[in-house]
Design a protein around this ligand. Structure first.
Ligand SMILES: NC(=O)c1ccc[n+]([C@@H]2O[C@H](COP(=O)([O-])OP(=O)(O)OC[C@H]3O[C@@H](n4cnc5c(N)ncnc54)[C@H](OP(=O)(O)O)[C@@H]3O)[C@@H](O)[C@H]2O)c1
Length: 338
């Protein structure tokens, strides 16, 4: 029988700098019931992602801030338990842009996306087939316009977005160098994901490492990190290079305004382009991209690594893992596990 109690994580204070477990409280509350046009979803997997840091700030960005005392916002995938919306039946699987960090979620039916559990395991819908995989896909194909023979460098390459971006670069016939922290992640990039080389930015000076591994320069720099790594890559751009601004995780916990790309003059010198994007810009193409990615996953052309923590209770300690390198692959929570 389904529990009448909901477990959820709420925001209790706003972090200054790194988010810490004490900024959240996990509590039990009565489970809400769906009204007309709504569905009750049992949340299975919760996406833990760097964008969450931005949602904790008081200032609005591309989404409104989370109010103190409110359930932490999160994308997720789950199973419909009760439907009062014509398009949904009990037992259907759905993706939600805001299921929240909780065990059960009530949502408007029209805000959910149908999930085909036959196409791929459910957790892939918050990983390679979720916003992180799609960011790697559209960032590399549409923004980076990577083509055969290009030299591609990807930062945070062992992460959720970077691992898909790097492998897509290989599928497209590029030479791909990944940047990650530590020998284990770097070995994974080359031995498991098949990238051509890896740079451990914690052990090597990135400017010199890029110079050594990409002596003729970079055609596409797919950036998830910003800061010093972006600066090092900019100094190696080839003519007509594309710098893809996917994210800048090294800057998210800054307490003073972030410093931008110091060597943006290279864009002029190399006739290069730098472009930021939000994956939701490509929402109309998500169904097609999911089918392509699911096929590559089945064929083993794209490999994924999921780091799955058990229960909603694990969320407060999970979020900091994204910022100190303890996350490896796609970080998520299995809400149904104890
Ligand atoms: N544009 C969009 O629509 C969109 C959508 C989703 C995500 N994103 C962005 O994509 C980026 C990656 O997201 P993700 O979900 O795939 O996260 P992720 O890369 O799986 O996880 C975070 C990883 O970032 C690395 N990192 C953290 N702080 C760092 C620092 N100061 N310097 C260098 N590396 C650092 C760590 O790996 P190491 O051990 O290698 O340091 C950490 O494990 C983020 O910037 C995110 O905001 C953008």
């Amino acid at each position: 029988m389904t529990s009448s109690v909901n477990t959820r994580a709420v925001l209790v204070s706003r972090p200054v700098g790194l988010p810490l477990p004490e900024h959240f409280r996990v509590e039990q509350v009565p489970r809400a019931e769906p009204g007309d046009g709504e569905v009750l979803v049992e949340v299975h997997y919760i996406d833990v992602q760097p964008a969450m840091r931005g949602w904790l700030a008081e200032r609005p960005a591309y989404t409104p801030p989370i109010e103190l005392g409110a359930t932490m916002r999160a994308q997720g995938v789950g199973r419909v338990l009760v439907s009062r919306h014509a398009a949904w039946r009990e037992g259907d699987y759905a993706l939600g842009g805001n299921f929240g960090v909780q065990r059960f979620s009530v949502q408007r039916g029209e805000e959910l996306t149908r999930v085909d559990p036959e196409l791929a395991p459910l957790q892939q819908y918050v990983g390679a087939l979720g916003s992180s995989g799609l960011t790697g896909y559209f960032g590399m194909l549409e923004v980076g316009q990577a083509k055969p023979g290009d030299v591609v460098v990807v930062s945070s390459a062992a992460g959720a977005v970077g691992s898909v971006a790097g492998q897509l670069g290989k599928i497209l016939g590029c030479r791909v160098v990944g940047i990650a922290g530590g020998p284990e992640k770097c070995a994974y990039l080359v031995d498991e994901l098949g990238l051509d080389a890896a740079i451990d930015y914690k052990a090597r000076e990135p400017y010199r490492a890029i110079q050594e591994l990409c002596p003729e320069g970079i055609d596409v720099y797919f950036d998830n990190v910003g800061g010093d790594l972006l600066d090092a890559a900019m100094l190696h751009l080839r003519p007509r290079a594309r710098v893809v601004i996917s994210g800048m995780i090294s800057q998210y916990n800054n307490t003073a305004p972030s410093v931008g790309a110091r060597f943006y003059g290279m864009l002029l010198v190399r006739h290069a382009r730098m472009e930021g994007f939000l994956v939701r810009d490509y929402a109309a193409q998500f169904p097609t991209a999911r089918k392509v990615l699911a096929q590559w996953l089945k064929e083993g052309r794209i490999k994924t690594r999921e780091q799955i923590l058990p229960g909603v209770e694990s969320f407060p300690a999970a979020l900091p893992m994204l910022f100190d390198g303890r996350s490896f692959g796609k970080l998520m929570i299995c809400a149904t596990a104890q």
